[in-house]
Design a protein around this ligand. Structure first.
Ligand SMILES: Cc1cc2nc3c(=O)[nH]c(=O)nc-3n(C[C@H](O)[C@H](O)[C@H](O)COP(=O)(O)O)c2cc1C
Ligand code: SF4
Length: 523
């Protein structure tokens, strides 16, 4: 046996939820019992969530994966891991092969997530050894205009939902002037409230320095000296990991008083939200960060001009900032070459709901839902046919099979009235009641509405009632059809009259359910 056995057990929340800590304890106990020297690295998750807890062993052929491993599996697994480390493949039923060759991973195009699951998330040495800080080091040698040019040229668009070009937003902040004595800000939106999404969390838990690096580059580009990461309170592990990473990166001089020896300051702070979906809306998030109730602000003024504490502010999603170090390190043209049309780069899709192989799939824009559902996801977990997929969170449409071959890019999706959003997919099988899901969308809006504008606050409550009247009267065509007309009217009012996308997009899932699955409404 080799002198030291090196094993990897994820510390990601998804792995912890299925007992990764107990698996790690069992491995330590086995090493002790066998008198073996063990190096156990707590890495991020590879994103193959159906295989968690995924235990990897370092071998001469690369890392070999076993999963899903439960603590009770460890005694029988131990000899297999030891043999594997010496280069002898085992016949253990949980063996998944060389990790990088598992098709789910091998077929991905990981730019943003290329280190996640590979490194020890909090190790600065590991981060640097795997190409970390190259983007920031490049940015330090560039002026603001050159950084803005690279980000604009990359074609990077916001990954939080609205897909606004990051370079244009940054340029606006760079050209804006802060009040004398005040500073500009860089704020990361890590509220990640969309159903079925977990990419922000995985990134923060699995490669936190990447986010820090991306935000530091933004600060250099726009001239900001203070930054905040707003993380939802449901993510305690992400909060802990990122807080520790900020402290270590500051102590090492990557950020802080003298960013990467540039003579420029950038201080980063982690703040926890209090569990409201609407606090992910950027202006409500600013209110919350300022210590106020999370209510949406009217725009204009744009946050880029008057944002946090009234000062020019860059606000981007975790994945937007996390794409930036690659762009600076490899050039805007490199990133731009991924994707199709005006959707450049990659998107980490998140497969959730009723799906056999749930997890994270980072691919260039342009693949189809069918490829994600069947090529990667393997169909439903229930084994029944897929009926509908909600793409883009609770405000996204239900996409029916007739649209599963539309390329996943912002424009192609907009053309069918759908949204790519943050790349979350929630899969439903043929037992789903689409009228019930439409009702749920309205109810969700009623519960989460900030209450500032009437179409959303009142409309969503009336929407629940109207959908109830449709389903109660499904065998009474006259009443039912009147209520359907009323529902369509109400949706039009909400789309046209709401102050933000909460009320403005709730009709998307409702109308897509009604239009694509009329039978579920008795039509
Ligand atoms: C109701 C609502 C919830 C939102 N939740 C989030 C969220 O959790 N995370 C996020 O990044 N953006 C969210 N957004 C979008 C933000 O308002 C904003 O567009 C985004 O943070 C900008 O960053 P980006 O350009 O990098 O996408 C939400 C928007 C709305 C209307
Ligand atoms: S649409 Fe809803 S969440 Fe948005 S401002 Fe109006 S009441 Fe608030």
């Amino acid at each position: 046996m080799s002198a030291m056995l090196t094993l990897y057990v994820p510390r990601d929340s998804a792995a912890l939820a299925v007992g990764a800590d107990a698996v790690a304890d069992a491995l330590h106990a086995a090493a002790l019992a066998h008198g073996a020297a063990l190096q156990l690295v707590r890495n991020g998750s590879r994103g193959l969530l159906w295989l968690e807890t995924l235990v990897e062993v370092a071998t001469p052929q690369g890392r070999v994966a076993y999963g899903p491993v439960a603590p009770d599996d460890v005694p029988a697994l131990w000899p297999a891991l030891v043999a594997e480390a010496d280069g002898t493949p085992s016949a253990h039923p949980l063996r998944q092969g060389v990790t990088d060759q598992i098709p789910y991973l091998a077929l991905q195009e990981r730019l943003t997530f290329r280190r996640v699951g590979i490194t020890d998330p909090l190790s600065l040495d590991d981060y640097a050894a795997h190409g970390g800080w190259a983007g920031l080091q490049a940015a330090v040698g560039m002026d603001s205009a050159a950084i803005l040019h690279e980000v604009t040229h990359s074609g990077l668009r916001g990954r939080g939902g609205a897909a606004f070009p990051a370079g244009i937003k940054w340029k606006t902040v760079a050209h804006a002037v802060a009040t004398p004595g005040a500073t500009k800000y860089v704020v990361c939106n890590a509220d990640e409230g969309d159903s079925g999404t977990f990419a922000d969390r995985m990134l923060m838990e699995g490669d936190p320095y990447l986010l820090i690096e991306g935000m530091a580059i933004a600060a250099l580009a726009v001239g900001a000296t203070e930054g905040y990461v707003y993380i939802r309170s449901e993510y305690p592990h992400a909060v802990a990991t990122l807080t520790e990473a900020v402290a270590r990166a500051t102590a090492a001089g990557w950020i802080g008083d003298d960013v990467c020896r540039s003579g420029r300051a950038f201080h980063l702070h982690v703040r926890m939200g209090a569990g409201s979906y609407v606090c992910g809306e950027e202006t409500a998030m600013l209110e919350s960060l300022e210590g106020k109730r999370g209510i949406v602000r009217a725009k204009p003024p744009l946050p880029a001009l008057e944002g946090l504490f009234g000062q020019p502010t860059v606000i981007n999603n975790v994945l937007t900032f996390a794409a930036v170090p690659t762009i600076l390190a490899q050039g805007g043209a490199f990133y731009r070459n991924y994707g199709v049309g005006r959707s450049h780069g990659t998107l980490p899709f998140q497969l959730a709901g009723n799906i056999r192989r749930g997890g994270l799939v980072e691919k260039a824009f342009g693949l189809t839902l069918r490829e994600l559902l069947y090529g990667f996801g393997g169909g439903t977990a229930s084994g029944r046919p897929v009926k509908a997929v909600q793409v883009g969170g609770p405000l996204g449409t239900y996409v029916p099979e007739s649209q599963w071959d539309v390329p996943l890019d912002y424009e192609a999706y907009a053309a069918i009235g759908a949204v790519v959003g943050h790349g979350g997919l929630v899969v439903h099988d043929d037992t789903a009641d689409m009228a019930g899901l439409a009702r749920y969308a309205m109810e969700f809006c009623a519960l989460e509405s900030c209450g500032k504008c009437t179409p959303c606050r009142i409309g969503s409550t009336r929407g629940v009632e109207v959908i109830d009247r449709i389903t109660l009267n499904r065998h009474q065509p006259v009443v039912r059809d009147q209520q359907v007309t009323l529902l369509r009217d109400l949706c039009e009012t909400m789309v046209g009259g709401s102050l933000c996308a909460m009320g403005g997009m709730t009709p998307f899932p409702v109308l897509s359910a009604l239009n694509h699955y009329p039978a579920d409404f008795g039509l």
